[in-house]
Design a binder for this molecule. Structure first.
Ligand SMILES: NC(=O)c1ccc[n+]([C@@H]2O[C@H](COP(=O)([O-])OP(=O)(O)OC[C@H]3O[C@@H](n4cnc5c(N)ncnc54)[C@H](OP(=O)(O)O)[C@@H]3O)[C@@H](O)[C@H]2O)c1
Length: 329
């Protein structure tokens, strides 16, 4: 099969198209023929070797967590999935297996979620990493709900696009930061209020929007951009900083959080919750309660350029790599 592989860690130039063997569906596993793979910041970090703390890389390595496509093979013991089913999966890359920038990817069966006809493969490919992480922050940890006020830092990105929508789906009032060119996009996702982080005065802007304080902050940007917002939370409020893997990441000050009586919950997507969250996202998308983020499609052999754009930090919505568009009926 064709895949974008890397034989060593490095910049986007280490990614190259190669023929490698197709994965095989062993016990409890499914092989998915990939229509679209999405590009996440974790992919360029993985390409540079940042995920070595979680698994041992085997070269040639294939990055990519998210895939939407069609079941090509089911292993022994797999029930409820059949060859030809349209599915979405976060794959097994987080366990150190080859990822989704390839014609085929292997995934544990419980991580393969069937798609209703109304959900396209492109829409589905946006869901796993960004959507599951937003689900964890907003719904599982953040307990967003009616009457609550939620602030999303980075509302125009992949994770932010889902965080804004999931908070609205839960019935909360939502404000989000973004640059002015993304105001209309973030409002269209459902945000009640947008804040231009480039203009400065973010803390004052949050206070003006929520004079009684906010209940939840979901910080998808990190890098110290939001550490001064602690005191905009109500007592008992929650901050979910999404893990960026940046070694010298600026943490929220525990003493300030304690003084303000708020809880900081570092948020990283976890394997156990992913199937439930992904199934919830597919259902919400099919029911029209959320929609896919803005999608930009690029060919598989442009994966290096796609990662360069993501690493620059200002992609709106999601970039997808097109691998086999004929799977989209
Ligand atoms: N550990 C995990 O489980 C996990 C899972 C998912 C994501 N993450 C991490 O979460 C982070 C975000 O991921 P992502 O997929 O959402 O990234 P992304 O889609 O690439 O985010 C890009 C967005 O960030 C916005 N942005 C950049 N600087 C900003 C700032 N100072 N204030 C507000 N918005 C800003 C940009 O909007 P403008 O153009 O308007 O500036 C752009 O739309 C990454 O570090 C990623 O690795 C971790």
């Amino acid at each position: 099969m064709k895949a974008m592989v890397l034989d060593r860690f490095g910049g986007p130039e280490v990614l190259h198209l190669a023929e490698i063997e197709r994965p095989v569906a062993t016990q409890g596993q499914v092989v998915v023929q990939v229509g679209y793979a999405s590009v996440n910041p974790a992919d360029w970090k993985s390409r540079e070797g940042w995920l070595a703390q979680y698994f041992q890389y085997q070269f040639p390595f294939v990055v990519g967590f998210d895939a939407a496509g069609v079941v090509a093979e089911v292993g022994e013991g797999v029930t409820g999935l059949n060859v030809g089913d349209r599915v979405v999966t976060p794959g097994n890359q987080g366990l150190g297996e080859r990822g989704s920038y390839a014609e085929y990817v292997r995934s544990a069966a419980e991580r393969v979620i069937p798609l209703p006809d109304s959900v396209t493969l492109q829409q589905a490919a946006t869901l796993p990493t960004a959507g599951m992480t937003a689900w964890k922050a907003v719904l599982d940890l953040g307990q967003a709900g009616p009457g609550k006020r939620v602030v999303v830092n980075g509302g125009a990105g992949g994770t932010g696009s889902f965080a804004v929508q999931l908070a609205k789906m839960a019935g909360a009032e939502v404000a989000a930061t973004c640059s002015p060119r993304n105001f209309d996009y973030v409002r269209a996702l459902g945000a009640d209020h947008v804040i231009d982080y480039r203009a400065g005065g973010v803390v004052e802007a949050i206070r003006a929007w929520a004079p009684d304080g906010v209940d939840l902050i979901v910080d998808t940007v990190g890098q110290g951009t939001f550490v001064d917002t602690i005191e905009t939370l109500k007592r008992g409020g929650i901050i979910c900083p999404i893990g960026t893997l940046i070694a010298d990441e600026t943490p929220y000050d525990p003493a300030r959080a304690a003084a303000a009586e708020v809880t900081v919950i570092p948020t990283v997507s976890d394997f156990e919750s992913q199937p439930r969250q992904l199934a919830g996202l597919v259902e919400a998308l099919a029911a029209g309660r959320i929609r896919a983020p803005e999608i930009t499609v690029m060919p598989l052999d442009q994966a290096g350029e796609a990662q360069r754009l993501v690493a620059a930090g200002h992609v709106r919505g999601k970039i997808l790599l097109e691998i086999n568009p004929t799977l989209e009926r």
